[in-house]
Design a protein. Sequence first.
Length: 88
Amino acid sequence: MPEPLKNWDKIWVHDLVAQPFVDYPYASKWIGMNFLVVNPELVILDGKQEWLRGELDKYGVESVDIPLTHSRTLGGGHHCVTLDLERG
């Protein structure tokens, strides 16, 4: 493991809240970990993942709940369905 990563705190996620799906799930319940980092203090994620939101809050990371009800059906979470055009 590269030296800088050894000092990072890790959040071990043991379970997530599964989103419903239509016909066939193209993604597992772990798609709930696919969130969008806006900046080091702000993320956009599935609000049903209350435990994960609480863990991020402990590190001073604010989370905004934007529902993405078809993430399992479409096979993409908040990070996967966005396109970075410019970050400042």
